[in-house]
Write a new protein. Structure first.
Lengths: 116, 112
């Protein structure tokens, strides 16, 4: 069975500092990996995804994540955070099914709090 | 602007009531999902549907049922609400074979 572990439930950081949110997964088959972000009182939005190809993927707002198959990790990083990055971040893993649907399995979430 | 709409943002129900949570999407997506979100547990899949009238159990289906009579609408039903079903419920949809989920804003249900 697949599972996702987010190693930190909360990450406090000062504005303009770098941040890393850690994610490890377990699966015996090829997987696809995602990071979703949830701003206060909103639903989840896709931040970035790894399906194939380059192991380093980037989002439009400066986040990046690297797929590391040997360490079964997909950590999320940003070199300089802003107050507006305060949100909860969810790592997710998916495997395709023959029925044409792809179920996402989510981690417990990491709450990023950016302080001035 | 395409979206997934959940009918209620906040809901308070009594123990034993039958509760309906509604979700509508306007993107012609084949797949629809219901998750519940609890602190420290992340999102857990309750049920999903990959076509009209088709449904599959997720990881925590006990105490819930679903209905999908039309492609755009996916309803989650709590047959007899209990306090341990107090949670945030999130609906999502996607195209067949797509990995891109679109989420609704959620319904925060409190069972008293």
């Amino acid at each position: 069975a697949q599972s996702v572990t987010q190693l930190d439930s909360q990450v406090p950081v000062f504005e303009e500092a770098p941040v890393e949110l850690r994610c490890n997964y377990s699966s015996s088959v090829s997987v696809y990996l995602f990071w979703y972000v949830q701003y206060p009182n909103q639903g989840l939005q896709l931040l970035l995804k790894y399906l194939s190809g380059s192991t380093l993927v980037e989002s439009i707002n400066g986040f990046e994540a690297e797929f590391n198959k040997s360490q079964t990790s997909f950590h999320l990083r940003k070199p300089s955070v802003h107050i507006s990055d305060t949100a909860e971040y969810f790592c997710a893993v998916s495997r395709s099914h023959s029925g044409g649907y792809n179920k996402l399995i989510f981690g417990a979430g990491t709450r990023l709090a950016v302080h001035p | 602007d395409v979206k997934v709409t959940q009918s209620s943002r906040y809901l308070v129900k009594r123990t034993g009531e039958k509760v309906f949570l509604e979700c509508v999407q306007d993107m012609d997506h084949e797949n629809m999902f219901w998750y519940r979100q609890d602190p420290g547990l992340g999102l857990r899949l309750i049920y999903f549907s990959y076509d009209v009238k088709m449904k599959e159990k997720g990881d925590i289906p006990e105490g819930y049922s679903v209905s999908r009579e039309k492609k755009e609408r996916f309803s989650l039903i709590l047959e007899s609400a209990s306090t341990n079903q107090t949670s945030m419920y999130l609906c999502a949809s996607s195209f067949r074979d797509s990995y891109g989920y679109t989420f609704g804003s959620g319904t925060r249900l409190t069972v008293v």
